[in-house]
Ligand binder design. Structure first.
Ligand SMILES: Cc1ncc(COP(=O)(O)O)c(C=O)c1O
Length: 370
């Protein structure tokens, strides 16, 4: 296994905790433990009493049950809790893929979604999202990518970095295609429940057949990345068992305090999501006129879900622009080159409360650099 550097993480390592405005954060606004505990009258006391021994490897049964409430057709024992979604991606790929396999991956994407497969030695076909069609995927392309050794299709919706929310018929077509071809579908749904309109929410892939795996996490919609709690849900016992066995070699089990807090948070997830959707809506109210004012410098596709988008910078190199911006203003944007994107895009994140101040500085910088 040879894993190259995770470009986005290395970039964040350089800047994330020493700039004033992370205007490209992928997650939503977090909260303090104290405020989370205040959601239930006796939660603080129960948290203080919570046992700090090893936890059950698959996740505590009560947390599995709480996660299960996100889905329609999975049972608690079909949920495998991980240390973040990142661990689950790593374990899924290692549990399922061999060097002789071929995988088809939604592109551009969060690096581990293709890099782990590549590091195993798999052939990877990048399934290009079409900017001209609102960053959508064309399911008709799947047939032409198919090979006799195709093992899995990997999609991510709502999508990092474009904010693309797949149309229901496209999603169903992918589910059907994978089922008919005997291929696994790994569906990264870490931004699920962040749709701006409830009626746009897709069903979870794990509810639609045993050839699918859904990936979820506390980090994005609910803003609780510091818990490092993610999970997969699947009706596929074989994949579940193989991932569970591999987990003995990574984290063995999850953090006990994090499990407690994740369970508490999920009982109130609608409140957490609503709060973050309000922050997103308020920030988009500023971002829309911002992009209208600077239409000569950016091409912008407004997302329908999530807290990130992928605008294109017009007329200058995006990596240089982001470098100048952060060095002069302390505002961090993420150049698309970190996603190996050739299109001069950058990631902008609008799920944080201090977004308006960072955006004002960006506005100022643009005016001065005209
Ligand atoms: C699409 C996607 N999948 C998975 C992850 C990993 O989530 P976590 O960092 O919470 O493990 C991220 C994080 O940015 C992501 O954007």
């Amino acid at each position: 296994m040879h894993l190259p550097a995770f470009k986005l993480e290395r970039y964040f390592a350089q800047y994330e905790f020493n700039v004033k405005y992370v205007l490209c954060a992928s997650d939503c606004e977090s909260i303090a433990i104290k405020d989370l505990l205040a959601f239930e009258p006796d939660a603080a006391e129960r948290f203080h009493q919570h046992w700090l021994g090893y936890t059950q490897s698959q996740g505590s049964p009560s947390l599995q049950q709480e996660i299960c409430n996100l889905y329609e057709n999975v049972e608690p024992n079909q949920v495998l809790v991980h240390s973040g979604a990142e661990e689950a991606i790593f374990l899924f790929m290692h549990a399922v893929l061999d060097a002789s396999d071929h995988v088809i991956v939604h592109w551009p994407c969060y690096q581990s979604l293709f890099e782990v497969a590549r590091s195993i030695g798999c052939q990877v076909t990048l399934w290009q999202a079409r900017e001209e069609n609102g960053w959508s995927l064309d399911p008709d392309e799947l047939q032409q990518y198919l090979r006799p050794n195709t093992k899995a299709v990997i999609v991510n919706t709502p999508h990092n970095p474009t904010g693309y929310l797949m149309a229901p018929d496209v999603f169903q077509e992918i589910i059907r295609f994978c089922r008919d071809q005997g291929i696994l579908l790994f569906s990264d749904e870490v931004y699920r429940e962040s749709e701006y309109r409830r009626q746009d929410r897709l069903p979870a892939a794990c509810d639609l057949g045993a050839h699918t795996v859904s990936l979820g996490v506390m980090s994005k919609t609910y803003g609780l990345a510091g818990l490092r709690i993610g999970w997969i849900a699947t009706q596929n016992t074989e994949i579940y068992d193989r991932m569970a066995a591999l987990k003995d070699y990574t984290t063995i089990c999850n953090s006990a305090p994090s499990e407690f807090l994740a369970e508490l948070a999920l009982r109130h997830r609608e409140k957490l999501a609503a709060r973050n959707l309000k922050i997103i809506a308020d920030n988009l109210d500023l971002l829309d006129p911002f992009f209208a004012r600077h239409a000569d410098r950016f091409a912008w596709q407004r997302p329908r879900a999530g807290s990130i988008g992928f605008p294109q910078l017009i007329g200058e190199n995006v990596a240089d622009f982001c470098k100048d911006l952060v060095e002069n203003t302390g505002v961090l944007l993420l150049p698309g080159s970190l996603y190996e994107d050739p299109g001069n895009h950058f990631r902008i994140g609008f799920g944080r409360k201090n977004f308006p101040d960072g955006l004002a500085l960006l506005d100022d910088f643009l005016r001065k650099s005209k």
